[in-house]
Design a protein around this ligand. Structure first.
Ligand code: ADP
Length: 459
């Protein structure tokens, strides 16, 4: 079946990113936008655009499964791409699309159900013979039982929301006396953010690197990996800078991670694009599975830059049934995929680094972006005159730089950050410049604690 018209059930930069590949495939693009987003760029980048939701409710329309599917039916739309965030990992949207005869650009409903729960995802990893961290004995029943589990696992531990994401609902506990408070906080946060109070215990790794492997699987049993990304540079368990491939990663560890990711993909009978996330203990090189993200990720750009594979385009083709070895995707087998050079992505946000990263709002009075060799920008409404509202994510533009060598890619990022001129709203650019130029980053030696342990980044 050939898709003719595709709706992106999302907004801003990822909507525009998806329109680009969709257009290149000769498929008509459809945007949805809230009343508050009526001047947002993604609305104007699509061939057709429809307002959703009610004024004063900037988020609800993007989460309205029935509304989105009804709109798709009404306008003869035959595919829906959910992007990331919002409904991207919601099995109900995938099911509603299937019921309406609309292609859902993502994994099967069953896969979304299995992987949306971190505990059931851990089971799949274990079945595939991939190491997981100690703990994970199931949902904690009460503080007393949780405390016993934590003691068995051995402190430090991390409490995690079974249905969590985006770094929320997590608490590191180093001292048994702090267990109860941390458990209550994690439960409350998880219930508010994810509608579920389910928390589990996992061994905490003090000096960890976050390394993840990109997978692509088709509907015909072909499954490949597109190598790894290093997303160790994080603030509050959220990624800030991402790199492909991981600098200074032992070749044996790289091979093992890629193989483990494929084994998990096979175990889950994985279809479409997905990412298997691991933590690698920086002291021992031992690796552990943490979760699978069954969607396109913010940081997919760096993999695209080093492999030359358009992941979004592949997603759409896979969803319409095209096999990986078809000339349209041209990933005949694992051997046909290699990486070249290094790519680094920075997330430029409208957050004020001098004020605890408080989101800033208002009109962007001046906007001049960087350009030049080896640069890629993926932006939402980043232009002079655009208004940044408090309702949405503070991501303004993703800057990706490519170079043959890692330090050259880092210097290129710095050059571009210096080239940007953004006035009217505060951005995290000054912070990013210090981060990228820091000797630890330049040496490719960051662990997940780098930002927390480096106070000079905040001077
Ligand atoms: P989310 O789904 O919210 O992104 P993840 O399970 O992917 O949560 O974890 C996000 C980040 O939290 C990781 O990249 C890592 O920095 C930290 N983290 C999670 N689990 C552990 C652990 N067991 N030990 C050390 N750090 C962890």
């Amino acid at each position: 079946m050939n898709i003719r018209k595709l709706l992106v059930a999302n907004r801003s930069e990822i909507a525009i990113r998806i329109f680009r590949s969709t257009h290149e495939l000769g498929i008509r693009t459809v945007a949805i936008y809230s009343h508050e987003d009526r001047y947002a760029l993604h609305r104007f980048k699509a061939d057709e655009a429809y307002e959703i939701g009610q004024p004063g409710e900037p988020i609800q329309g993007y989460l309205d499964i029935e509304g989105i599917v009804a709109l798709a039916k009404q306008h003869d739309i035959d595919a829906v791409h959910p992007g990331y965030g919002f409904l991207s990992e919601n099995p109900q949207l995938a099911q509603a699309c299937e019921d309406a005869g609309i292609v859902f650009v993502g994994p099967r409903v069953e896969t979304l159900k299995q992987l949306g729960d971190k505990l059931s995802a851990r089971k799949i990893a274990e079945k595939a013979g991939v190491p997981v961290l100690g703990g994970g004995g199931g949902v904690i029943k009460d503080a007393k039982q949780g405390k016993k589990l934590a003691k068995d696992v051995g402190y430090p531990i991390i409490l995690k929301a079974a249905h969590g994401g985006g770094g929320r609902g997590m608490r590191v506990v180093r001292d048994p006396d702090e267990f109860e408070t941390a458990y209550e906080q994690a439960r409350r946060e998880s219930l508010t953010a994810f509608g579920s109070p389910d928390i589990f215990v996992e061994k905490f790794i003090e000096r960890a690197r976050h390394i993840e492997v990109q997978l692509l699987g088709d509907k015909h049993g072909n499954l490949v990996h597109l190598f790894e990304r290093d997303c160790s540079v994080q603030r509050r368990h959220q990624k800030v800078v991402e790199i492909a491939p991981a600098p200074n990663l032992d070749a044996g560890v790289r091979d093992a991670l890629c193989e483990a990711a494929v084994a998990i993909g096979r175990q889950a009978n994985y279809e479409n694009a997905g990412t298997v996330e691991f933590l690698v203990d920086a002291d021992t090189n031992q690796y552990y599975f943490i979760e699978v993200n069954p969607r396109i990720q913010v940081e997919h750009t760096v993999t695209e830059e080093v492999t030359g594979v358009d992941i979004v385009k592949s997603q759409i083709l896979i969803a319409q049934g095209t096999p990986l070895d078809d000339p349209a995707i041209s990933l005949a087998n694992q051997e046909s995929i290699s990486t070249h050079g290094f790519a680094i992505q920075c997330r430029l946000t409208t957050e004020d680094p001098s004020n605890r990263f408080m989101p800033d709002y208002g009109r962007i009075t001046h906007y001049r972006s960087a350009s030049g060799m080896g640069i890629r920008l993926d932006a939402g409404s980043a232009f002079s005159g655009a208004v940044v509202y408090p309702f949405y994510d503070s991501l303004l533009v993703k800057l990706t730089a490519w170079a043959r060598k890692f330090p050259d890619a880092a210097r290129r990022v710095e050059r571009c950050l210096q080239e940007f001129r953004i006035r009217g709203v505060k951005t995290n650019i000054p912070f990013l410049i210090k981060l990228i130029m820091h000797p630890t980053f330049m040496a490719g030696d960051c662990t997940t604690r780098f930002i927390d342990e480096t106070p000079e980044l905040f001077d």
